[in-house]
Design a protein around this ligand. Structure first.
Ligand code: ATP
Ligand code: MG
Length: 183
């Protein structure tokens, strides 16, 4: 710089670029919500899930005690051609395996301290090529890739009614399950 020269500072606001502003990316809803009026409706949801899941998918189930997480798993195993009578709440056994068209690996994370405990059960290896199902998944959820995760959140909505919030895996984002009213 030339000695003695002044530095001119422009205090005018910088004008907006003349280029057209980019269009905002279309936003897809990340979650669908519906009401299950009774157990039969929960069964229909399980049937739709059974038709849509793929080997390696993970079904993350959340909701309070008695919300119907295990009931949904029982219907799911049935819909996949397995024996629903084998499905018990894995609260004490922690991990169950059910033979079905797509084998199901069922874990209850209620008593797990975190993702390390889940790994300790051999969940990753066992659920490879199967359908992994985790009750109380929020306790270990940070461990899962969104590409393969179904998120199902059940809530009590009076007597046999349940409210469900469902998010499909990333690969299906924007496609929703249709649960028929009757069937
Ligand atoms: N629409 C419904 N969907 C699911 N379960 C229902 C429904 N209506 C009534 N129920 C009853 O609610 C109870 C749900 O119990 P379930 O063991 O499935 O809950 P859970 O969410 O797994 O609880 P936990 O956190 O203790 O494992 C069952 O007795 C089931 O028959
Ligand atoms: Mg349960």
């Amino acid at each position: 710089m030339v000695p003695g020269a002044t530095i001119r500072v422009c205090l005018r606001p910088v004008t907006a670029p003349t280029l057209a502003a980019p269009m905002p990316a279309p936003t897809l809803p990340a979650m669908q919500e519906f009401v299950l009026d009774d157990l039969a409706a929960t069964r229909r949801l399980a049937q739709e899930l059974a038709a849509a899941v793929q080997p390696g998918d993970l079904l993350l189930l959340d909701g309070p005690l008695g919300a119907g997480k295990t009931a949904l798993v029982r219907f799911l195993v049935e819909a996949l051609g397995g024996d629903p009578a084998q499905v018990a709440s894995p609260t004490f056994t922690l991990l169950h395996q059910y033979a079905a068209r797509l084998p199901v690996i069922h874990v209850d994370a209620y008593r797990l301290a975190g993702a390390g405990d889940l790994a300790g059960l051999g969940f990753d290896e066992l659920s490879e090529g199967a359908l992994g199902v985790i009750e109380w998944a929020e306790r270990v959820a940070c461990a899962f890739p969104a590409e393969v995760c179904w998120s199902v959140n059940l809530a009590h909505a009076g007597e046999d009614r349940r409210r469900v919030r469902l998010a499909t895996p990333l690969r299906l984002r924007g496609k929703w399950l249709h649960v028929p009213d009757e069937g």
